[in-house]
Design a protein around this ligand. Structure first.
Ligand SMILES: NC(=O)c1ccc[n+]([C@@H]2O[C@H](COP(=O)([O-])OP(=O)(O)OC[C@H]3O[C@@H](n4cnc5c(N)ncnc54)[C@H](OP(=O)(O)O)[C@@H]3O)[C@@H](O)[C@H]2O)c1
Length: 260
């Protein structure tokens, strides 16, 4: 009881120091949904240090917008499938910032892989970027967060497909299911100092893949009869940033798609 009170007082004191602006490390902020998440986190008062990989132009546009509200924000190139790149990104982060309040893992690879034809290269590309990359990013973040005198947060981005049996996407869906399990493992391991949760969106942005279902076909399967909007995800992020008693949870934001 006393320990809880003291911890809360230390947390409040730390957060009130003038140099105590909160800092977020985010992967995949050059993504369609990722860029909206990065902006909303900046809007919540965080400095954002984010990674991009191939989309330099989109990353630069995102950084420009973020800097209107959070001028110290930065970006770094990082291939999430390579552990050395992740280590280098955190080395660069540590040189600039002495605290880490929030990790959002949004970087993700996604493409169709019909089961009989999946190659080792495709498997590695999807599973290394999504699952292995998320694991080593969470590990680097936890190394910083566990030594801090205040509660910090990790939010992983997964997908409702972790709960569905999608044809043609085995490596992707397995990687997302793996991240959901990692979310629970990290939540247990690092409680009470790190709160670890996952957001699993339904379809928010439509994929350019012509063989995917049409929007009308998708909407038929959703109880709330519309695709997701980035704002639906952003609201859930903000909810998790304000919650002190939720950890190890997977929050499906899918308009009732899983009710089918
Ligand atoms: N959008 C949706 O409808 C939807 C639905 C369900 C789940 N989700 C999940 O929500 C998250 C955000 O989605 P999104 O719409 O932003 O996805 P997106 O537009 O496909 O963007 C993917 C992001 O991952 C990065 N990335 C891909 N391969 C990488 C690699 N090898 N190394 C480092 N970064 C890499 C991309 O960076 P570059 O572009 O710079 O290479 C980009 O920032 C993802 O985890 C996704 O799985 C999204």
């Amino acid at each position: 009881m006393l320990k809880n009170r003291v911890d809360r007082e230390i947390k409040t004191l730390y957060e009130m120091t003038p140099s105590g602006k909160k800092v977020c490390f985010m992967t995949g902020a050059s993504g369609m949904l990722g860029s909206e998440i990065a902006l909303s986190v900046a809007g919540q008062g965080y400095t954002v240090f984010f990674t991009w990989h191939a989309s330099e132009k989109r990353a630069a546009e995102t950084l420009e917008k973020i800097r209107w509200i959070s001028p110290e924000s930065q970006m770094v190139r990082c291939d999430m499938s390579k552990n050395q790149d992740i280590v280098n990104a955190f080395t660069a982060f540590r040189k600039e910032f002495d605290r880490l309040d929030l990790l959002v893992t949004s970087a993700s690879n996604f493409f169709r892989t019909p089961l009989p034809d999946v190659t080792e290269e495709e498997w590695d590309s999807l599973v290394d970027t999504n699952l292995k990359g998320t694991f080593f990013t969470m590990q680097e973040a936890a190394r910083i967060m566990r030594k801090q005198l205040f509660v910090s947060r990790i939010i992983t981005m997964t997908d409702i497909s972790a709960d569905l049996v999608w044809r043609n996407f085995a490596p992707y869906t397995v990687s997302k299911a793996g991240i959901q399990h990692l979310t629970r493992i990290f939540a247990k391991e690092f409680a009470p100092v790190i709160l670890v949760n996952s957001i699993a969106p339904g379809t928010v942005t439509l994929n350019a893949d012509k063989e995917m279902e049409s929007e009308a076909e998708m909407v038929k399967k959703i109880a709330l009869q519309r695709l997701g909007d980035p704002l639906d995800i952003v609201r859930t992020i903000i909810f998790l940033l304000e919650s002190d008693y939720i950890t190890g949870q997977i929050i499906n934001v899918e308009g009732g798609r899983l009710l089918q």
